[in-house]
Design a protein around this ligand. Structure first.
Ligand SMILES: [Zn+2]
Length: 363
């Protein structure tokens, strides 16, 4: 995510905080001042927010370390005002695995809450009248910090159990459905419920709390895009790269110039190219690089081609390549068979293949 500050690396996961996180600091400071708090109250509130975000990071590690047990790696956690987002490489299709991974996050908050219970100064609370409670609990203080953290962790656990896909509760709901029915159907039911809850959050948010509006949008867009992805993956499941690859491709030589490539670019719909020397693939020329160097028509392509490319075997599952393209953000690969170039595969062509498959099924 753009505009994120790298904080450090824990268990080989990069922890980043998005600049919009500053909004939450500004927001709690504003609320504290509005309630008549002094500088010390404001600093205490900010300290509390930082502690809460440590709890959020621990929650994410609950997901990440459980996912790691099932072979799913995670590159980074991004902290946003609405919570943490762990960027996992994939989401396991096995419902039992997804269930455990999703439960592990809120479970961390429950464990934290249970540990904090031991340190709550109950003697401060028991037998006190309501005006004492008002004056001593209206601001975060050293005395009531543990109580605040305890209740926040309980709220975090409960909030995450709301079955709004793709929030944890929604994933738990999808996984439970998928234990008894097809995963595509389970996802679409979970998405439907997620959208309804997003709408309710939007209404409540508009009336009481702007952060709920952000969460509503996150749920709505997250649910619809993941639902689409699941449907698409189901359509290409069992198909090989060979079935969807481009075979009419122009192969370039390392001494071709940018001028030559621009000619081909304008005459055809090809955008990325494979560079071959002595019938061996030596590089990929990306559309973006052609455009950025287009002024320099005499430039040899061997000087700007991407030599850190990976080729895909024609027999490979199309689904794997589709996932790879979505996670690695590389959208063009050379396709080989017995180490010989046989074609290329790109995202638009897989999308085309998905469209054809969906029409075959619905007609
Ligand atoms: Zn979670």
């Amino acid at each position: 995510m753009k505009g994120s500050l790298f904080l450090g690396r824990v268990f080989n996961v990069a922890i980043k905080v998005h600049w919009t996180f500053l909004l939450i600091i500004a927001w709690v400071s504003f609320l504290e001042l509005k309630r008549g708090g002094n500088v010390q109250n404001v600093l205490m509130s900010i300290f509390f927010v930082l502690l809460v975000f440590i709890c959020v990071v621990l929650h994410e590690f609950g997901h990440i370390l459980t996912a790691r047990k099932f072979g799913v790696s995670t590159k980074k956690i991004t902290l946003l005002p609405i919570g943490g987002i762990a960027s996992m490489d994939t989401i396991p299709e096995n419902p039992k695995e997804e269930l455990l991974i999703s439960l592990a996050g809120p479970a961390v908050n429950i464990v934290i809450a249970l540990l904090l219970v031991l340190f709550i100064p109950f003697e401060l609370l028991v037998g006190q009248n309501s005006s004492y409670m008002d004056s001593n609990l209206s601001h975060v203080t050293i005395e009531n910090l543990v109580l605040y953290l305890f209740s926040t962790n309980v709220i975090l656990a409960l909030f995450n159990f709301i079955p709004a896909f793709p929030m944890d509760g929604g994933r738990i709901f999808r996984a439970l459905l998928a234990l008894r029915m097809d995963r595509v159907k389970a996802t679409s039911i979970a998405t439907g419920l997620g959208e309804i809850i997003a709408f309710v959050f939007l209404l409540i948010g508009a009336l009481y709390n702007p952060f709920l509006i952000l969460i509503a949008l996150f749920i709505y867009f997250g649910a619809t895009s993941e639902n689409k992805m699941v449907q698409q993956l189901a359509l290409i499941k069992g198909h090989s790269v060979k079935e969807a690859m481009l075979t009419k491709i122009t192969v370039l030589k390392p001494d071709n110039t940018i001028g030559d490539v621009i000619d081909i670019l304008l005459k055809s719909t090809e955008k990325n190219f494979i560079v071959v020397e002595d019938s061996k693939i030596i590089g990929i020329l990306h559309h973006q690089d052609i455009l950025s160097k287009s002024k320099n028509k005499d430039l040899r392509i061997k000087d700007i081609m991407d030599i850190s490319f990976a080729s895909i075997d024609a027999a490979e599952e199309l689904k794997e390549v589709f996932v790879l393209m979505n996670t690695k953000k590389k959208d063009f690969f050379a396709v080989t068979s017995n180490n010989e170039l046989v074609g290329a595969i790109d995202l638009p062509n897989i999308s085309e293949f998905i469209l054809i498959q969906s029409n075959l099924i619905t007609r």
